[in-house]
Design a protein around this ligand. Structure first.
Ligand SMILES: Cc1cc2nc3c(=O)[nH]c(=O)nc-3n(C[C@H](O)[C@H](O)[C@H](O)COP(=O)(O)OP(=O)(O)OC[C@H]3O[C@@H](n4cnc5c(N)ncnc54)[C@H](O)[C@@H]3O)c2cc1C
Length: 445
């Protein structure tokens, strides 16, 4: 039996003594064994037989949560759509399925998941583990009705909506176990009428709550040093409704190329960013647009020309205007070297009950801060300024993105932090699932 098990594991090893590199190359680690699993049994087998393990999807997290130890599991081949329940509008998948593949499959059935991130290349396992979210809805994990989790001893635990454990597992950084199969509750697909256009900060900021009530979709792209946001709203309409489609002037499609040229040297001469932002806003964010489509087709970016390094912070909806004004004042100062060269993405997440969710018990605003240059991210002043201001007001970082806060800070902003830590110790008494970053994050030995 032991011989058989050993042989079975060896069959799964795809690579030995290789190098793990995250998508934007900000993280690189050598590993001894990398398993590519395709079945739940293989997943259980590897977890059971290994002392320390991490697992990863498409490696698109900026935070150091996916690798960093000798043995790794690549879950991207564990990617089947297993079943549909037409009566209940549910779909069950293996956790390595790519979000875009899942969305295309359910759209073909006339279904949707009603709140989506602005990326379709991530795995479901990675997305859930890090609390991935969209706007004007809940975190993606809140649409999960049940799942199976491979525990540290390799056994399988079924968890259902309503179980208290579900509230701990929905966002759990892969620290309680490996998500194996996941069932999502979908909704009938709908068409959104999207309108986009520039507005001064004085105009969009006070209108947030009113707009959240009025629209089914709200997102604001805010470009520092311009005093303007680019407001995107969406309203559900009958798919047959005729709209005046207007995708703006043809040159808008060159925004990313222009942006790359404008900011080529802004990491060396940061002050040029303020001028470049004004040019970018005038050229690419000053016209209006109007179009329609499903949430997935009309609002999710399908391809990106380059990699990014991302940070994102969240704050209660009521506190957001105060935090925004403080942030704006700070980063507009010439003495502050936070020259932010990509619009900051302002989105909205409704409250939930998941222990490590940004929106635990509170409607929340999320604000992204992105750099094109992963290699210089350690010295990118904007990440530091944003973190300092959000933390001061009780904000929470996105688990999959860059931040420096650890146990001391996180225990102050998460009501359920100590409960999560206690549960983690109980479910993983030998710290099998902790890499050095998570060990520090949870202040474990
Ligand atoms: C360009 C870009 C756009 C983004 N847009 C958004 C956005 O709109 N909204 C948002 O919220 N986030 C966004 N993100 C963040 C992204 O959704 C997360 O970083 C996500 O975790 C990436 O998925 P992945 O498959 O690459 O996971 P990985 O980075 O490979 O892994 C992330 C974590 O998940 C764990 N994990 C992986 N599989 C499992 C599993 N089966 N069970 C348990 N744990 C598992 C890993 O161990 C690791 O801790 C964006 C990131 C990028 C790069």
């Amino acid at each position: 039996m032991l011989i058989f098990a050993t042989y079975f594991i060896q069959l799964m090893i795809q690579e030995k003594n290789g190098t793990w590199v995250s998508w934007n190359e900000n993280l690189t680690y050598n590993y001894e064994s990398l398993y590519k699993v395709t079945t739940e049994e293989e997943l259980q087998e590897v977890v059971e037989k290994t002392d320390k393990i991490r697992f990863f999807g498409t490696k698109q997290s900026s935070a150091d949560i996916a690798a960093g130890i000798e043995t790794l599991i690549d879950i991207t081949s564990y990617n089947k759509i297993l079943s549909y329940n037409d009566a209940e509008f549910t779909v069950t998948v293996q956790s390595g399925v790519i979000l875009g593949d899942l969305l295309e499959a359910i759209e073909a059935k006339g279904w949707c998941i009603p709140c989506l991130p602005d990326i379709n290349t991530i795995t479901i396992g990675g997305a859930l583990a890090t609390g991935t979210h969209g706007t004007s809805g809940k975190l993606l994990c809140e649409y999960v009705t049940n799942c199976t989790l491979v525990l540290a001893n390799g056994s399988l635990k079924k968890i259902e909506d309503g179980d208290e454990l579900m509230n701990a597992v929905r966002v759990s950084l892969g620290a309680l176990g490996v998500m194996s199969t996941i069932t999502f509750k979908c909704e009938p697909i709908y068409t959104l009428h999207i309108k986009e256009g520039p507005e001064s900060d004085a105009e969009w900021l006070p209108k947030i709550k009113e707009r959240l009530k009025k629209h089914d979709f709200l997102r604001i792209l805010w470009l520092p040093h311009t005093d303007k946001g680019y407001v995107i709203t969406g309203d559900k309409i009958d798919p047959k409704t005729k709209i005046k489609e207007d995708l703006g002037p043809d040159y808008l499609k060159h925004r990313r190329t222009a942006s790359k040229i404008l900011y080529k040297y802004s990491h060396i001469f940061p002050w040029t960013t303020a001028v470049a932002n004004k040019i970018l806003a005038k050229s690419f964010f000053s016209t209006t647009k109007e179009h329609k489509g499903s949430l997935y087709q009309a609002t999710v970016t399908k391809s990106r020309g380059s990699t990014l390094e991302l940070a994102e912070w969240t704050i209660g909806l009521d506190k957001f205007p105060l935090v925004f004004e403080e942030l704006k004042t700070e980063i507009n100062k010439w003495s502050n070297r936070s020259f932010i060269h990509i619009p900051m993405d302002v989105r909205f997440v409704y409250k939930d009950k998941s222990w490590l969710s940004y929106a635990y018990n509170e409607d929340t605003v999320t604000m992204g801060c992105v750099s094109r240059n992963a290699a210089t991210a350690d010295t990118y002043e904007a990440f530091k300024s944003v973190e300092k201001i959000f933390l001061k007001h009780g904000g929470k970082p996105h688990w999959g993105k860059r931040f420096t806060a650890k146990n001391a800070e996180l225990s102050k902003v998460y009501d359920k932090w100590e409960d999560f830590k206690a549960l983690r110790r109980k479910m993983d008494p030998t710290n099998k699932f902790l890499n050095p970053y998570l060990t520090q994050l949870f202040n474990e030995k």
